[in-house]
Design a protein around this ligand. Structure first.
Ligand code: ADP
Ligand code: MG
Length: 339
């Protein structure tokens, strides 16, 4: 709890007090000018390119009203760092736009800013500006993140080539199971989950870890990469389409957490859901065969888990998912879309 919070509890903080109290302490780079100017002034080292990305989180769409505020802050920044990591870029600075109900309590800002702080400390990115407005609508958070990569070294979606291996980080489908559990806790017994499995899956929904350990391996060895936010199969398809190649994903190779495996054993039809649901924030990388051993070794050295799930192969834009018996898995949908 911040000093003096009790004193102002019940009073309404003005926009400038919110900025000074909760966000200025996160604006540690002098580029932010203490959040006391109209804009930030960033110095970019020579020989580097700025990678820019922006993601919005809306209450009821990307997080639930009763999610802890620190997890909301963590997730808002994490999903942006994930986009930067897919480009092989490190986070440098970010801007935060908040549209909030007027009655948002101090404790919410306290928790929200602590989630941001946790990731700032883990990754070195800092807050340099933003906007704060009252809104009659649901709580809406937009973060614009800026990353740095040496000139010409950004990894793009469109670089995958036929024959490349497809790798994915971490495990797939946990967040969608966590969300289902939050909406219907009775599923825990239906899926035979222990309390710790349930906590793990919910945490994967609320606090997706940005795979920043893969920034260097991806930059050094991947020809194409994408962050998996809207479903593994749909996002592999996006990568394939812009690269003018196809892809084959072997379902039996896709990494699932032990908690997800328990749910799968009880409900095998969940396989399609896990492969196509959103919110994973894992990274998919297309790595040439010759670079695969070095990619795996460097990922391992950084403590990141990567699993080969298939290959770049087949006609442009065509993604085939194979069942363990080698037959194609027919999918009703490939990923999440808002519209
Ligand atoms: P203006 O009215 O000129 O847009 P503001 O008064 O909104 O400026 O903002 C003053 C400063 O505070 C600016 O540097 C802005 O970037 C920063 N700021 C406003 N809201 C936020 C926020 N939610 N997070 C970080 N910085 C913020
Ligand atoms: Mg403003």
């Amino acid at each position: 709890m911040v000093k003096g919070l009790e004193r102002v509890e019940g009073e309404r903080l003005g926009e400038f007090e919110i900025i000074a109290r909760y966000f200025a302490p996160l604006a540690t780079d002098k580029a932010a000018l203490g959040l006391r100017d109209d804009a930030a002034v960033l110095v970019i080292s020579e020989g580097y390119e700025l990678i820019a990305t922006c993601d919005t989180l809306i209450e009821g769409v990307h997080f639930l009203s009763d999610d802890p505020p620190d997890s909301i802050g963590y997730k808002a920044l994490s999903v942006n760092l994930s986009d930067l990591a897919a480009k092989g870029a490190r986070g440098h600075a970010y801007l935060l736009s908040l549209a909030l109900p007027r009655e948002t309590p101090h404790a919410w800002f306290e928790g929200f800013s602590s989630g941001l702080r946790e990731l700032q400390e883990a990754t070195g990115i800092t807050l340099v500006g933003g906007d704060t407005t009252a809104s009659p609508g649901p709580l809406t958070i937009t973060i614009t993140a800026l990353g740095l990569v040496a000139h010409g070294h950004a990894v793009l979606r469109h670089g995958a080539k036929t024959g490349d291996r497809l790798y994915v980080s971490g495990t797939i489908g946990d967040a969608c199971l966590g969300l289902r559990l939050l909406k219907d806790p009775a599923l825990a017994s239906a899926w035979d989950l222990l309390e710790e499995d349930m906590a793990f899956l919910i945490d994967r929904y609320r606090r997706p870890k940005p795979r920043t350990e893969l920034v260097i391996p991806i930059r050094n060895f991947a020809q194409g990469a994408i962050d998996v936010s809207d479903g593994l199969v749909g996002d592999v398809e996006k990568l394939a389409r812009v690269s003018h190649v196809g892809a084959v994903v072997e379902a039996a190779r896709v990494p699932f957490s032990s908690a997800a495996q328990k749910a799968l054993r009880r409900e095998p039809q969940l396989l399609e859901t896990l492969l196509t649901a959103g919110d994973d924030y894992e990274l998919v990388a297309a790595v040439p065969e010759a670079s695969a051993p070095a990619f795996e070794a460097e990922a391992q050295a950084k403590g990141a888990s990567v699993t080969m799930i298939g290959r770049i192969a087949g006609p442009s834009g065509d993604v085939r998912v194979l069942r363990p018996d080698g037959e194609p898995l027919a999918l009703g949908r490939k990923g999440f879309t808002h519209f």
